[in-house]
Design a protein around this ligand. Structure first.
Ligand code: FMN
Length: 207
């Protein structure tokens, strides 16, 4: 992170799945959430809500809900059955070690337009949070693991039925000595076309 320009932070930010036990204060999380809340939104009320898992007791209860949900959803059936107990323990240990998790939700809207706007705004909020965190050497993993669609999990972690989970954000400080993952993106020219080119290619394809 050589420069703090917004462009540089956007390009440098990576999903960091390695955890450290460096303390992150709730004050810092509060500041990051406040910055994140300057995301654009297109509803009467700001659509984001956040449930925070930070204390040890909350963490234990939260991880129990994740593990129960994995059983309920039969997630383990897809795993190598010989090493199942190890896989379960690895999953449980990982979630127990995450310093702070945020459960970020949006309202479920019946109109397709409003629902898109709610999910879009909350996704912008999450990305703001990730970028502001990165600028303070804090890593975030945005997770959409299957449990977020489990109604029982949702209820047990305090998410109202009329809301949807957009992400679980696992938060951990980035260690200076950590080897950061590389990331490449496709060149812009590969996924950008003029309307004229796009329409003519589509009509060629339809022939
Ligand atoms: C909507 C969304 C859901 C994601 N869900 C997961 C997830 O469940 N587990 C995970 O490890 N990473 C998840 N990620 C992180 C992506 O895998 C990651 O952003 C991608 O590999 C690009 O890497 P980068 O963030 O370092 O650029 C998610 C990202 C987004 C935007």
């Amino acid at each position: 992170m050589e420069s703090n320009s917004i462009d540089q932070i956007i390009r440098d930010r990576r999903t960091i799945r390695t955890l450290t036990d460096q303390m992150i204060s709730l004050e810092t999380i509060h500041d990051l959430l406040e910055s994140a809340s300057y995301a654009p939104y297109h509803s009467k009320e700001e659509p984001w809500e956040v449930v925070m898992v930070s204390e040890q007791q909350e963490r234990q209860a939260f991880v129990k809900e994740i593990m129960n949900s994995y059983e309920r959803l039969d997630i383990w059936a897809r795993y190598d059955q010989e090493n199942l107990e190890k896989a379960k323990k690895r999953t449980q240990d990982y979630f127990l070690d995450v310093p702070i998790t945020l459960i970020v939700t949006a309202p479920i809207c019946t109109s397709e337009k409003s629902n898109l706007e709610a999910i879009g705004a909350v996704s912008a909020f999450i990305q703001n949070f990730q970028l502001a965190a990165w600028a303070r050497q804090i890593g975030v993993t945005w997770r959409t693991i299957p449990v977020i669609f489990d109604q029982v999990f949702k209820q047990n972690v305090g998410v109202a039925v009329e809301r949807q989970i957009i992400g679980l954000l696992d938060i951990s400080a980035v260690d200076d000595k950590m080897k950061l993952p590389m990331s490449r993106r496709k060149p812009v020219a590969q996924w950008t076309k003029s309307l004229k080119e796009q329409v003519s290619e589509m009509s060629e394809g339809n022939k």
